[in-house]
Design a protein around this ligand. Sequence first.
Ligand code: COA
Ligand code: AMP
Length: 637
Amino acid sequence: MSGYEDAYARWQADPDAFWEEAARGIDWIKPAEKVFDPDMDALGRWFAGATCNTCWNAVDRHVENGQGEQTALIWDSPVTGSVKRFSFAELLDEVSALAGVMQANGVAKGDRVVIYMPMVPEAVFAMLACARLGAVHSVVFGGFAAHELAVRIDDAAPRMIITASCGIETKRIVEYKPLLDEAIATATVKPEACLILQRDAHRCEMISGRDIDYAAAVAEAKASGRRADCTEVAATDPLYILYTSGTTGQPKGVVRDNGGHMVALRWTMEHHYGLQPGDTFWAASDVGWVVGHSYICYGPLLQGCATVVYEGKPVGTPDAGAFWRVIQDHKVNAMFTAPTAFRAIKKEDPAGALLADYDLSAFRTLFLAGERSDPDTIKWAQEKLNRAVIDHWWQTETGWAISGNPVGLGAFPVRLGSPGKPMPGYDVQVLDDAGQPVPPGTLGNIVVKLPLPPSCFPTLWNAPDRFMSAYFTEFPGYYATSDAGIIDEDGYVFIMARTDDIINVAGHRLSTGAMEEVIASHPDIAECAVIGVADAMKGQMPLGLYVTNAGAGRDPAELEKELVQLVRQEIGPVAAFKTALPVDRLPKTRSGKVLRGTMQKIADGEAWKMPAAIDDPEILNEITAALRAGGYATEAA
Ligand code: COA
Ligand code: AMP
């Protein structure tokens, strides 16, 4: 029996009572005056009037409660051949000393700190040290290049940047320092100090007066006893800003608060993921993504679980048995990754033969999210692991699952292709384009009725108007998720596609608009469109179609190389932009809107309809021919 229906009904009957009870899992300095204050800020705020500290709840209180010797963080890094364990007491030692260093360098409550780090324990220490000081961190994924880092520096205006000398990818060392220096040189806002972790794989030059050696500074703080205590912050104060792709090149700074975030995340650890204090949880993602924020750093630690920080890949570090080794070595009870990781493993080891080499007896559940879980991948994982495989759906904006299958409450039967049912807190509905509810089983816009539950973003950093216009204007009274899908007769949600220009590449959320802006900046390009085409491993891959300026006379192969390099340099390798095809014209509506959706269907060999508003239908024949020449659109619709 699943306790899901009961929990959902309890939330529906009295949301405040539901979240008030969940809030008992958190230590407050001052309790909330109102569980939910509908009049505070644009959309109301959770735990108004309460004060707290997120680092206290994630670290100190476990030490205080006698769990100091218990493992808090396990760093497993096949790319450096290292494994390190930190108990909660050791974590407290690292974080309070680092916070002491930051404080001595002027970082105080409310200041922003950009963290640009690979998957090392110091990345998590840095997040927690910010939380300890009441400073607001903004983690930037290491796969983003200098320009993207600069955009985030200018928006967040950090007092300090914490970074490392390098990241380590399977086949190359990623030197962070040149990217950092270029980003600071081009940004308008200049941080006062950069705290730099020197790694053995590559040591970087330091700039005197600006750069501080992380290890030396922390060692000195420990030796001199310069540690920072937890700062009291309002539950509604920001804990972090996480930039995520929007429809333009300007990313959206999703703001997370302290109080609601802790309450929701701890609740999910127990009830959704089914983990108790002392268990080990592993989210094989990166601290640069929301999954890393919620389930590498905060969620497990708030629940007193050990978290695994993995610096490696599902394949190639060294082989497709890497995940099984980590599960075995650290007795992982539940893990979370994107389906693409399992597709990569399945491609290298289709029979799952490597599983036989490892003892997975501690392992209970595999959770998948970040992109659509195709039924084949779920079936393969179910069969090979002989464990529950749970798909759940969420977004950077929410910080935790909108729909899922709560293992802690008792899972309900999995329906392949569906990331479960709405979680308590979310009244999920499907509306047509006119804002009217559609019958069960009908495709439409997935929306969530306001108010959103704790942890969901209260605003966008520096962009309160964009917050309202991007999410709350199209369907008044609802949060527009920008996902299209259906809810079936039994309440299962199915997520089918984005309704905007976001694509999902290997579980990474990317803006085609941002790529178009970069391509259009090339002097030989007149106009361009980037679409996401189906890819067997990564789910989607970006594909550029461009028109050159008259008389440019460029060789397409050469121009493609330049465009690929430009996107890599401006956005970063994570964009995975590899293909650009020349076309004579782009198909548009009579009002000039590029018909990206139709081109995507043609490229994927799906059935498509001639758009009624098309300016010149002949262009679609030209596009089909160009796509075929590039190896796409192979199955004619
Ligand atoms: N720093 C610098 N570069 C990075 C990076 C980082 N943190 N992460 C990825 N990149 C680079 C990769 O090296 C690759 O560069 P290349 O073009 O020189 O080969 C490029 O960005 C594209 O990366 P990715 O799309 O991840 O492809 P991949 O071939 O390196 O790996 C997978 C494919 C499936 C193994 C990988 O995407 C993966 O492990 N995914 C797991 C899911 C996941 O983490 N999802 C995140 C949200 S839950
Ligand atoms: P991000 O904000 O990076 O977490 O990306 C959120 C987007 O990823 C969602 O809007 C969906 O389009 C997609 N997504 C995340 N999880 C799932 C899932 N389980 N099934 C389908 N799509 C998903």
